[in-house]
Design a protein around this ligand. Structure first.
Ligand SMILES: C[S@@+](CC[C@H](N)C(=O)[O-])C[C@H]1O[C@@H](n2cnc3c(N)ncnc32)[C@H](O)[C@@H]1O
Length: 248
């Protein structure tokens, strides 16, 4: 089954495609000191909610990049509905290949839930640092180990222990790369449950509404596997945070 179709179906009901609550993210946005036309870049922007919300609050000028044609279409529809006259653009492409025009630097850059694009957390810090103004902010959303992962969890999920760090290490890496961590937003169990279980709901709804889709058995098998992994291991093993770094 096409991977982007899978994510489109399983994230149909999500506003944010990451395990942070919308209210916590909005609380962070209200702390920002962005001005009209402040430049914001969102790599792997998902369905565009962060950029659109920042436009509603500050009338920023923004670029969102995502590889999924389904999500970029959602972004365009949302833009037309909520901020049609704004200076935000959505690009359907591989985020790792995005280069700003005329080497422009951004006041705020983010990559929330997609550090694999840059081969991990350190790579993401370095990539975003290059396109952020001195004094600007960098938001990175990343999982962290709450505890040592069980071997069986690594085996069935295909994850490697080295893929993620502890919460402390995520902050330490950013600081060793010359940034200052000024704030963190950490997801609760409730936030993670919302993110994970809404995928189950969307998948079962889709299969009921589209009984003749030949992808249904693969879709439901994948959801069943991810449900078991989350309930048996992930829920107590992986945490999630958005790290707010300042480039000095
Ligand atoms: C966990 S979601 C996070 C989406 C968004 N940042 C949010 O928080 O709502 C990961 C996103 O990465 C996108 N993605 C995956 N590989 C990508 C790539 N190589 N370049 C750009 N986007 C990519 C997916 O389409 C998806 O929207």
């Amino acid at each position: 089954m096409d991977i982007w179709k899978y994510y489109d179906i399983t994230h149909k009901k999500h506003l944010l495609c990451n395990p942070m609550s919308k209210d916590k993210l909005d609380g962070l946005f209200l702390l920002l000191d962005l001005k009209p036309n402040s430049k914001v870049l969102d790599i792997a922007c998902g369905k565009g909610e962060p950029l659109i919300r920042l436009t509603e609050l500050f009338n920023i000028s923004g670029i969102g990049v995502d590889i999924s044609p389904y999500f970029v279409k959602d972004c365009e529809e949302k833009k037309n509905k909520r901020v049609s006259n704004s200076d935000i653009k959505f690009l359907e492409m591989d985020g790792s290949k995005y280069r700003p025009k005329r080497n422009e630097l951004f006041d705020l850059t983010m990559c929330i839930g997609a550090s694999f694009i840059y081969n991990g957390f350190t790579g993401t810090i370095n990539a975003l640092k290059k396109v952020t103004k001195p004094g600007g902010l960098i938001f990175i959303g990343e999982p962290y180990w709450l505890k040592e992962p069980d071997d069986e969890y690594l085996k069935i999920s295909g994850m490697k222990k080295e893929e993620f760090n502890s919460h402390f290490k995520n902050i330490d890496i950013g600081e060793k790369e010359g940034l200052t961590c000024i704030y963190t937003l950490v997801s609760s169990h409730d936030d993670w449950d919302h993110y994970e279980t809404l995928q189950w709901w969307s998948a079962y709804d889709y299969a009921t509404a589209n009984p003749n889709d030949t992808d249904n058995s693969e879709l439901l098998n994948k959801i069943k596997k991810s449900k078991m992994e989350y309930l048996m291991y992930g829920r107590d093993t992986l945490g999630w945070a958005i790290y707010i770094f300042k480039r000095q």
